[in-house]
Design a protein around this ligand. Structure first.
Ligand code: COA
Length: 373
């Protein structure tokens, strides 16, 4: 049996950041203008006034301090409130492909592999820039990889589901050098005018290389086991798609075509789901809480991660046992747990065991138990 391993990871981080304070200034300017423009309707009780946002709330509710984005100016312009991206010719590389190339090259360099050795690319993300041709196939061409490539979408769990798919194919022999990339341009599907969620997301891309352990050139992580689970819920939903069921005149501003969530319900329902999933996975693999050196969790909310860490370890984890990156990156959807893994895994000793876990819309949850070699 071929033993799959993670032999390299890479992170593309956009150059532009938005701090909570900058974000709140823009949001409050927008809200003030909205209230002024709609003063009569608000006074008549026909339109609800917009309440101001605050940096204190954002930090307390989420643990987020700043986020990286692909376009800061549009998001922070109170007249625009979304990133502005120039149209590109069909011949020009897509944004997601560009982000993925950077992350992929870093992962390949870490693994000591050349691009032409890659024979499988999975572009696993919450949103894809277009329906087809697959972004993954464009990345395959730009990178100079061989084999085959396809896109997949399991929202925030896309990276771990991608790792399971790649590990299974490496195990079966249908791929030898599999690259999973997670380009997340979350800023483009977030409603920056909605106070309840305007602070949640950031942009990033991660890459993970999966190969047979026997082929690894240096330090790596055995993929001891993966587990994926799903359970339908509408509590995190995005109605964007090719079927635009609208009445005439309704197209212009459909809030449900962006990120929507019932944040409180998500919090309450996802925590037990994830804790039970991880506990079951560890028990079946004979991994006790004491055996676990590190947890790389999905990065959506600090309180959620604190809760899961306590449940899994049976005590408050030390900060180094459960590294968070969401204070710097915000929620980056599928990429979050891989950023944490890429940045905080080098120091583990041979034989150390850790667990990567993602969760989110679907609902979906994916876990990967790894061992340092
Ligand atoms: N600034 C200031 N106050 C705000 C605010 C903002 N931007 N947004 C909400 N508030 C206020 C609300 O008006 C409310 O005030 P009230 O109690 O006087 O009515 C209060 O803060 C609490 O609001 P609520 O929406 O219940 O906040 P919360 O504490 O539940 O935090 C989330 C909101 C979204 C951060 C939290 O529910 C969460 O993280 N949920 C899970 C999200 C998740 O993981 N999603 C997965 C995505 S992949």
């Amino acid at each position: 049996m071929i033993q799959p391993a993670i032999t390299g990871t890479g992170v593309f981080t956009p150059e532009q950041t938005i701090t909570n304070d900058e974000l709140v200034v823009a949001f409050n300017a927008y809200a003030e203008k909205f209230n002024a423009d709609n003063a009569e309707a608000i006074a008549a009780g026909e339109v609800a006034a917009k309440a101001p946002s605050s940096s204190e709330f954002i930090l307390n509710a989420s643990g987020i301090e700043q986020r990286y984005v692909m376009d800061k100016s549009g998001v922070l312009d109170p007249e625009t409130m979304h990133p502005v991206f120039a149209a590109r010719a069909d011949e020009a590389p897509s944004m997601m492909a560009e982000m993925a190339l950077d992350a992929a090259r870093k992962a390949l360099a870490q693994a000591g592999r050349r691009a032409e050795e890659v024979d499988l690319i999975i572009c696993a993300a919450s949103n894809h820039e277009r329906a087809y041709p697959a972004i993954a196939i464009e990345i395959q061409q730009l990178l100079g990889a061989g084999g085959f490539a396809f896109d997949m979408n399991v929202a925030c769990s896309s990276a771990t589901f991608g790792i399971q798919a790649a590990a299974d194919m490496v195990r079966a022999g249908s791929a030898k050098c599999a690259l999973i990339v997670n380009p997340e341009i979350c800023s483009a599907h977030l409603e920056w005018r909605d106070r309840d969620c305007h602070f949640i997301f950031g942009d990033v891309c991660t890459a993970t290389l999966v190969e047979p352990a026997a082929a690894a050139q240096g330090a790596h992580f055995l993929i001891r086991s993966t587990r994926c689970a799903t359970e339908f819920s509408n509590n995190i939903r995005n109605n964007n798609g090719f079927l635009r069921r609208t009445r005439p005149g309704q197209m212009a501003d459909r809030r449900d075509m962006q990120f929507m969530q019932e944040g409180r319900k998500v919090f309450k329902e996802v925590l037990p789901l994830v804790s039970a999933h991880i506990a079951g996975h560890m028990e079946d693999e004979g991994v006790a809480a004491d055996d676990l050196k590190r947890l790389w969790l999905h990065q959506a909310n600090k309180s959620m991660n604190d809760f899961i860490g306590r449940k899994v370890l049976g005590r408050v984890p030390e900060p180094e046992e459960q590294p968070n990156i969401l204070q710097d990156y915000a929620n980056t959807s599928s990429a979050g747990s891989i950023i944490a893994f890429a940045k905080y895994s080098d120091d583990l000793a041979p034989g150390d065991v850790g667990l990567i876990c993602s969760f989110g819309a679907g609902y979906s949850v994916g876990s990967v138990i790894v061992e340092r070699v």
